[in-house]
Design a protein around this ligand. Sequence first.
Ligand SMILES: [Fe+2]
Ligand SMILES: [Fe+2]
Length: 239
Amino acid sequence: MRIAAVGDVHMGLDSRGQWRPALRELPERADILLLAGDLTRHGTVDEAKVVATEFGDLGVPVAAVLGNHDYHCDAEHDIATVLGDHDITVLEGTSMTLAVDGTTLGVAGTKGFGGGFAGKCASVFGERLMREFAGHTVEVAAALGSALAALDTDVRVALTHYSPISDTLHGEPREIYPFLGSYLLGEAIDAHGADLALHGHAHAGAERGTTPGGIRVRNVAQPVIRAAYAVYDLHPAAV
Ligand SMILES: [Fe+2]
Ligand SMILES: [Fe+2]
C-alpha cells in the first residue's frame, strides 16, 4: 500500500494551476493521497475551491484533515463541503477505508490541536479559556482514538495536522511547541495502534520521528518534505 502525503500547501487564489503538473504521475506512484491540513492560506471558501480543483479528480482517492489556517474564517464546514463535492474526504474524528489489490487501508483523522508534550503541557485547569484550550485537545485526541479503534483494516494510518510527538518538531523554537502539537494525540495513536502517523503544521520541523510506543511518525509539511508529496510504502503486519 503506497501512501502519498503532503500538508501545508497553503493555497491562495494565485495557486490555481500551480500544483496540478506535479501531481500528474501520482496515480502511478501511490494508491491514495492524504492531505495533512493547512490546505488554504486564510480559510476562505474561494481558496478551498482552488484546493478542490488542484487535488480533485486525481485518479486516486484523496482524504484530508483541515489545519488551523482552514479554520481562520470559521468556514471549516463549508470548506469540507467544497472538498467533499470534489470527492476529497475530510476526516474529523472519523475514518475512511480503501481496498487495493486485496489489502485494506484505514485512515483515521483529526485536525488535532496544541497543548504541548508530557511534563511541559497545558492542563484542563484554571480560567475558562484555558480549560477550553486544553479540553479541546482532550476531545479531539479521544475522537482520533475511537476512529482508530473502529478500523478493522490490514493497514492503519493516523492523519493529523498538529503533531502527536515532539521529535518531528526539531528545528522549530521550543517556546512554540505547545502550539504545534500534543502528546495526547500520540497517546491515542499508541493506545489504539497504527502503522504510520502523518502530520503537518511544523514547517521548520523534521520529517521523521516515532511515538513512545514505536509507531513511525512523518511530518509531511510541504516545506519539510520539499516536494509535491512524499510516498510511504506500508505492508500489512505478518500474521
Ligand atoms: Fe501550515
Ligand atoms: Fe498549521
